[in-house]
Design a protein around this ligand. Structure first.
Ligand SMILES: Cc1cc2nc3c(=O)[nH]c(=O)nc-3n(C[C@H](O)[C@H](O)[C@H](O)COP(=O)(O)OP(=O)(O)OC[C@H]3O[C@@H](n4cnc5c(N)ncnc54)[C@H](O)[C@@H]3O)c2cc1C
Length: 386
């Protein structure tokens, strides 16, 4: 019997690690990922200012799994009903029970010029490009950098660029204007108003110019155009305006409900899906949701394996229903941070510590303890020498 996990991000790695502990030894567990590495995406914006952090947030999947076979390969097609996956090199992988955890791509929504001129932030190479282009803007004394989209990534990119400008130029007003565009009425759409307000304050304090209700309608070499007709000239354009499905899922993020099932024996979780939980709530595409979904899907997959092994049993187990309960959220804004823990919103040192420990405890939870320590040093600086 083969259990197949596609994608080794938050959802795929958390799922694989749980299955490693729970599946009987004679069940094959195969994890396929296009990079062979687990990237701690929710810290990737840090790499714009501190490229050395990449060592802490990029982990070979083979180092954090102990029993799964890890295959580096690109999934090109998924037939969830027939339970066959086709890789880009033509190889076909059949499976008995599978999970699609391929994450998402940056959406350009077909807006003219966005794909060509807007740099997304999804890979280490993207972070390098944003850094190089920004350093070039600083060197040329460019006037303006536009960041399109003020979700979790856009907010944190804006914060990093503001901090990088300060590090490079000192506390002068000579840096480029950083213009963060958001089509909704506030930054961090979908989050609580107090959290949104605290993030806006932190961004404004670091010098970011926030423009809400600004819908991007086009982009060119040197400008971003708004639907309202305004043309915003800029020297660099970073696009963090939303996500869409992977090509292997025909560019779709299928809607799945509490059982997270794409088909009878195929699950889909993390950013790859639009998840509606058992209470009917839309679950935000986020690292913490992906990890929580993995715990529930692991249980459902184990039940199916156990059922298959008791071949005489007719009753097919029900998948575990998913309910999303978030302990809170934390975002960095350069060296500052904003955290929401329950109803309380924290800023300053408490929030910075929450951010550092969230990343580190995540790395610890996937078995990358050494990297967790490195991340804390990157975030908070090394401990004082004795
Ligand atoms: C800059 C930034 C900051 C963020 N900040 C936060 C935050 O503060 N809090 C939070 O909760 N979330 C945050 N997020 C969102 C969070 O990172 C995502 O929601 C999370 O990564 C989703 O996990 P996933 O496992 O679904 O997908 P991913 O983590 O993207 O993993 C998908 C995996 O599948 C692999 N893959 C993709 N396509 C293929 C293919 N065709 N074949 C094989 N393998 C493939 C990828 O290489 C990757 O390993 C942030 C995201 C960004 C970009």
């Amino acid at each position: 019997m083969r259990v197949l996990v596609l994608g080794g991000g938050y959802a795929g790695l958390a799922l694989t690690r749980r299955l490693e502990d729970r599946l009987p030894p004679d069940v094959e567990l195969l994890l396929v990922d296009d990079t062979g590495e687990h990237l701690v995406l929710h810290e990737l914006h840090r790499a714009i200012r501190r490229p050395s952090i990449v060592e802490a947030i990029s982990i070979p999947l083979a180092d954090v799994t102990y029993r799964a076979d890890v295959r580096t390969g690109t999934v090109a097609e998924i037939d969830a009903d027939e339970r066959v996956v086709t890789l880009a090199d033509g190889e076909q992988l059949e499976y008995d029970i599978g999970a699609v955890c391929l994450g998402a791509e940056t959406a350009d929504y077909g807006i003219p010029g966005v794909e060509e001129h807007g740099t997304p932030l999804k890979t280490v190479a993207d972070a390098e490009t944003i850094r190089e282009e920004f350093l070039d803007v600083l060197e040329r004394s460019g006037d303006r950098v536009v960041i399109g989209g003020a979700g979790l990534s856009g907010i944190q990119v804006a914060g990093e660029l503001a901090a990088l400008a300060r590090e490079q130029l000192g506390d002068t007003d000579d840096g480029p204007e950083l213009c963060l565009l958001e089509q909704k009425t506030s930054v961090a759409p979908g989050f609580d108003a107090e959290f949104q307000d605290a993030i806006e304050n932190a961004l404004r304090e670091s010098g970011v110019d926030i423009r809400t209700e600004s819908v991007v309608a086009g982009a060119s070499e040197d400008a971003v155009e708004l639907a309202a007709g305004e043309r915003i000239e800029c020297d660099q354009f970073v696009w963090t305006g939303g996500i869409t499905g992977r090509t292997a899922l025909d560019g779709e993020r299928p809607v799945v409900r509490k059982t997270l099932r794409l088909a009878d024996r195929t699950f889909v979780l993390g950013d790859a899906a639009r998840v509606v939980d058992a209470e009917g709530r839309r679950v935000p595409a986020s690292a913490q949701a992906a990890v929580r979904e993995a715990a529930v899907v692991a249980e459902s997959m184990v039940r199916l394996v156990e059922h298959d092994r008791r071949a005489a049993e007719l009753f097919v187990p029900r998948p575990e229903p998913f309910r999303f309960d978030s302990p809170g959220w934390v975002v960095s804004v350069g060296d500052d941070a904003v955290a929401q823990i329950g109803p309380a919103v924290l800023t300053g040192r408490a929030a910075v510590a929450a951010k550092a420990t969230t990343g580190a405890s995540y790395l610890g939870s996937v078995g990358a303890v050494g990297r967790a320590v490195d991340l804390v040093y990157e975030e908070l600086g090394p401990p004082p020498s004795e």
